[in-house]
Design a protein around this ligand. Structure first.
Ligand code: DGP
Length: 114
């Protein structure tokens, strides 16, 4: 755990969150400022700063996250599709420096990515 990391504090329960999923490696919770009817953030419990910090040593966390994402999507009723996004670094406007994947769905999303 990184003591100054917002999402590490959420994972630890020091900051409340609306949890939608948890296992030994993965935590998922509702985004505080949803941009779609369903907007869930999926994070590794191990602190990884961003997609830029994925290595052979920690990439299993990413695999676990992508195994969990379809389960969350199904539980949220996203039968017509959804989008998975990770923002990495300044140009992508990453605001929380703990790797996280946004699941967005529940409506037809804009077709442009940027
Ligand atoms: P990004 O811009 O990709 O770093 O996304 C960070 C997201 O985190 C953003 O959509 C808002 C969300 N967020 C920030 N602070 C909190 C918080 O305290 N609780 C929850 N649930 N979400 C937060």
């Amino acid at each position: 755990m990184m003591s100054d990391c917002l999402f590490c504090k959420i994972i630890a329960g020091e900051i409340p969150s609306a949890k939608v999923y948890e296992d030994d490696a993965v935590y998922a919770f509702r985004d505080i400022a949803p941009m779609a009817p369903v907007h869930v953030l999926v994070v590794p419990k191990q602190h990884i700063a961003s997609a830029d910090g994925i290595t052979p040593e920690n990439s299993a966390y990413v695999a676990r996250i992508f195994e969990v994402i379809p389960k969350i999507a199904a539980a949220e009723g996203l039968t017509n599709g959804y989008r998975v996004i990770t923002n990495c670094g300044e140009d992508a406007c990453q605001s929380v420096k703990h790797l996280h994947f946004h699941i967005l769905g529940g409506k037809k999303l804009p077709d442009q990515m940027a």
